[in-house]
Ligand binder design. Structure first.
Ligand code: AMP
Ligand code: MG
Length: 487
């Protein structure tokens, strides 16, 4: 253990859970750690000293070569349904350093990704490539900028070692910050391989950490289920509002905190089409853009199954309680989704016909292959010459109805415009821009492209002049954009 006063303030509650939930595991030191990107503002929020972390010692810590005082590194156990198939998984290339208590009194996980083999590595090398780690850094920070609950990225360190994939690639370690790394898959693991007391300890831990308000309820585990349903429904609705496709919504990649996690083949849509799939391995479109709400419900059902023994002593009663809670999911999701879509269209109150009006717009966007982000941006700024769809007769009719709808609501036109401004981003991490930034960084060691992209993505609702060049959709391409699982 190394003493390292950079503001670390650990208290590791996860390591106080029953032993089946983890294995103590040090990261495997790397040859030549080099800090290549570092999140100064996040460090400050965490109470970390930015300068200390930028030093040589800091790079050593971010690579796992030095362990700060108070950390208790471990690999977490979990299982999961991957594309519908149940498997034992666990942190195969990640190590939880510990939980940092921030100056604001929050508790967050600090985790290395790409830090070497663990008892859960199965056949893998425990390592990560620089491209996928920088990609996670960009997209997770973009999600944060968009106001979507997400794990954050503190730093990426090059390891000075090569890893073997299709070709040799530079290795990297990402330091990730999360409300916790508890997953639906952690509960599946407990239900399958633990005793009931292990499952209960995990559920109590999740309640304490993420849903303390349910402790007062008659059946705290049923309340936990209902709260998780609400949080995940809200999260997935937010994804849809900005055009985000997670790409690999396996149950091990769904958090209990309600944060987006595990950025692998994720990407944002340009043209609007609910059937859009980017991931090369998602051949059946299980995780297609428009299928995400359904999969959210599927995953939550797996969660409910896992905690059945806690819901009621009588199994039939437990099933009834779970089904009752799960039957609300669809309506809860719809309510979140509709609220966000109304905001995107400047609707400050509710009218019965809103849903139809929104659906009509989306259908037209799909038919005319309109750019999702730019359509809403153009509507926000009343730039009716911007989009081809806007030149059609059916759009003109829709626009009249929409204007009439807005005319019926109380409140100034300015307020509706303000609402639209802050609900419709100017910029999203468009695929071609992300690729361009990664190419400059990985191929040429030029991080300026990525830094500039990160800057505009940090405040996507600014609608500033410097953002305008990032609003352009990619040039039409014959080949669809493809993403790969970032291993
Ligand atoms: P992911 O696709 O990142 O959600 O990972 C799925 C599972 O594979 C998790 O248990 C990971 O820890 C594991 N995994 C992914 N890449 C590697 C690797 N290079 N070495 C060992 N395990 C890995
Ligand atoms: Mg995962």
């Amino acid at each position: 253990m190394q003493n390292n006063h950079a503001g670390w303030n650990f208290d590791n509650s996860y390591s106080r859970l029953p032993g089946i939930f983890y294995k103590n595991q040090l990261p495997t030191p790397v040859r030549e750690p080099k800090l290549i990107i570092y999140n100064v503002s996040l460090a400050a929020t965490l109470g970390l000293d930015a300068n200390a972390l930028k030093s040589k010692d800091g790079a050593a810590v971010m690579a796992g070569n030095q362990i700060p005082e108070g950390a208790e590194p471990l690999a977490q156990a979990y299982a999961g349904h991957q594309f519908g198939h149940f498997t034992m998984l666990g942190d195969g290339r990640a190590v939880l350093l510990g939980e940092q208590l921030t100056p604001q009194g929050e508790r967050v996980d600090i985790q290395y990704k790409g830090s070497g083999r663990t008892p859960y590595s199965r056949g893998g090398d425990g390592r990560a490539g620089i491209g996928p780690m920088l990609r996670e850094y960009i997209i997770s920070e973009a999600m944060h900028g968009l106001g979507i609950p997400t794990t954050r990225s503190l730093a990426v360190v090059e390891t000075g070692e090569e890893i073997i994939r299709e070709t040799m690639l530079p290795g990297a370690v990402l330091t990730r910050v999360a409300a916790s790394h508890l997953r639906v898959g952690t509960f599946q693991y407990a239900a399958n391989w633990g005793k009931e007391e292990d499952l209960r300890a995990l559920a109590d831990y999740a309640v304490e950490r993420h849903y303390p308000e349910v402790k007062a309820s008659d059946n705290r585990y049923l309340s936990l289920l209902k709260e998780l349903i609400n949080r995940q429904a809200g999260l997935i609705a937010k994804w849809l509002h900005v055009g985000f496709i997670h790409g690999v919504m396996n149950t091990d990649n769904m958090t209990i905190s309600g944060e987006t996690i595990d950025y692998g083949p994720c990407a944002f849509i340009d043209t609007y089409d609910p059937a859009t799939v980017f991931s090369s391995i998602d051949r059946d479109g299980r995780y297609a853009f428009g299928n995400q709400p359904y999969i959210g419900g599927w995953n939550l059902t797996r969660f409910a199954e896992s905690i059945l023994p806690l819901l009621h002593d009588d199994e039939d009663e437990a099933v009834k309680l779970a089904e009752g809670a799960l039957s609300e999911y669809s309506d809860v999701f719809q309510a979140h989704w509709l609220a966000g879509m109304r905001a995107k269209l400047g609707m400050m109150n509710e009218e019965a016909e809103d849903k139809t009006l929104i659906a009509d717009l989306l259908n037209m966007m799909q038919k005319h292959r309109a750019d999702y982000t730019n359509t809403f941006r153009a509507l926000t700024f009343d730039q009716l010459e911007e989009i081809d769809l806007f030149k059609t007769e059916e759009f003109t009719q829709w626009h009249e109805k929409w204007q009439a709808r807005l005319g019926r609501q109380e409140g100034a036109k300015d307020a509706a415009h303000e609402l639209m401004r802050k609900s419709n981003p100017a910029v999203i991490p468009r695929n071609h821009r992300v690729e361009e930034a990664l190419e400059a960084a990985v191929e040429k060691g030029d991080y300026s492209v990525m830094e500039k992209l990160l800057k505009v993505l940090s405040d996507p609702y600014a609608h500033s002049e410097e953002q305008s060049e990032f609003c352009t959709p990619p040039a039409p391409s014959k080949l669809p954009y493809r993403t790969y699982c970032g291993t």
